[in-house]
Write a protein that binds this ligand. Structure first.
Ligand code: TRH
Length: 385
């Protein structure tokens, strides 16, 4: 009988949902599509539960959707699997590290799955080994947008599911209703808003309220709602909708990850952030705005510029200028009005650009398949592949 390969994914929740969001997607794909025995170790099950309500934070070990979910401390009692993936350089317990060393590189492959960046240096660092005590190598695995990187998480059927969903108006209606959202007014521009805190929204919101064309903002929970509330002079509660002139504002509850994807599929414009929602908006093939995870040293602005270089390399000048103007204004806290008006006017071209970009990305192997290929390339003896 062939033994199933065991993958251990380790996720330390630094802040927000991106760490566990990435871990959860990868864990499910490895289990569902590749039949791996996946163990996902998370240090904050309460945060995990917000995007995956089946998780019970009180359990040290549980099976969720085909994945074994463990609380962080359980690594102390377990031997390493065949493949170990640390997400974003999280630190494993010394006792577990010792067992990795005892097991040795003949019987285990060890990755550090890094943060997503379009910066060119990533290509040179992808799959480079980092020697660890005991003579075992840890491989840097860099996700990215080019063939020389580790790619992006993309389930095999994702784009087909998206297309089928978008082709069915009833699916959109049902999804919106399940989130407590009223049907948008006809011809409205719908905007999924999942960004970091940002001041200076007042004139933008004022402009949307005064515009001829209706806009609907589907506002995800988080600090951006405070900026909206500041303009509204009231507290918009979860599930509540309010209307100001041409602008409808809806405060959404947290939703499971699959529903979040559908929200992006349903919107005309996706305003996303961090890493995972940023990637999912690209798979949604919708015009989008990326709010980069802000860093004190300004490193996030370099990431923004680097992404422009790949995302807009073949774009028409008008598309390029329109996207750069709005994304830069959003990330630098500048006035949005003129850049937003240009963006909405250019939506048909931006939609075509988003679709072309999505198809180009989809022609590259996805991240899970690239991890599997890297394991095969470093295949230690005795690993049941
Ligand atoms: O939550 P984030 O800001 O995560 C960030 C980034 O990953 C950043 O790079 C990292 O350093 C920091 O975390 C620690 O944004 P991101 O990456 O878009 O992740 C959000 C996840 O939450 C994504 O998987 C979608 C999911 N989500 C839901 O499942 N339901 C929801 O209702 C919402 C609002 C989000």
């Amino acid at each position: 009988m062939s033994q199933r390969e065991t993958w251990d994914l380790f996720c330390h929740v630094v802040d927000n949902f991106g760490d566990v969001g990435v871990g959860w997607r990868l864990a499910r794909q490895l289990a569902h599509e590749h039949g791996r025995n996946v163990r996902l170790f998370v240090d904050d099950l309460n945060t995990f539960r917000i995007i995956c309500p089946q998780v019970n934070p009180r359990l040290a070990q549980q099976s969720v959707d085909g994945v074994q979910v463990y609380n962080w401390g359980r690594q102390l009692q377990l031997d390493p699997g065949d493949v170990v993936v640390e997400l974003f350089g999280c630190k494993l317990a010394p006792a577990f590290l010792e067992r990795i060393q005892q097991r040795g590189s003949e019987r285990l492959v060890w990755f550090n799955l890094e943060h997503l960046s379009a910066e060119p240096w990533v290509e040179g660092s992808h799959l480079k080994p980092s020697p660890q005590p005991g003579g075992i190598n840890k491989l840097f695995f860099f996700p990215g947008f080019t063939p020389a990187t580790g790619g992006l998480i993309r389930e095999t059927d994702l784009l087909a599911r998206r297309d089928a969903w978008q082709a069915m108006p009833a699916a959109r209606r049902i999804a919106l209703r399940s989130l407590g959202l009223p049907p948008p007014p006809e011809h409205a521009t719908t905007v999924a808003l999942f960004s970091y805190a940002r001041d200076n929204l007042d004139t933008w919101l004022q402009g949307l309220a005064a515009a001829d064309r209706p806009t609907v903002l589907w506002i995800c929970p988080g600090p951006i709602l405070e900026s909206v509330n500041h303009w509204l002079h009231m507290e918009l509660l979860t599930g509540q909708t309010t209307v100001r002139g041409s602008l409808t504002l809806c405060a959404l509850p947290y939703m499971p990850q699959e529903r979040f994807d559908e929200l992006l599929w349903a919107a005309d414009v996706c305003i996303v952030r961090g890493e995972d929602s940023f990637v999912r908006a690209q798979w949604a093939a919708r015009p989008m705005v990326w709010h980069v995870y802000p860093q004190h040293d300004g490193a996030h602005l370099k990431k923004l510029e680097a992404f422009f270089d790949v995302y807009l390399a073949d774009a028409a000048a008008e598309v390029r200028d329109t996207i750069i103007a709005l994304w830069t204004a959003w990330n630098r806290g500048l006035d949005l009005d003129a850049a937003w008006t240009d963006f909405v006017t250019a939506l048909p071209q931006l939609r075509r650009h988003a679709r072309t970009w999505c198809n180009r990305l989809a022609s590259q192997p996805d991240l899970a398949n690239q991890l599997l290929a890297a394991v095969r390339a470093h295949k230690p003896q005795g690993l049941p592949i």
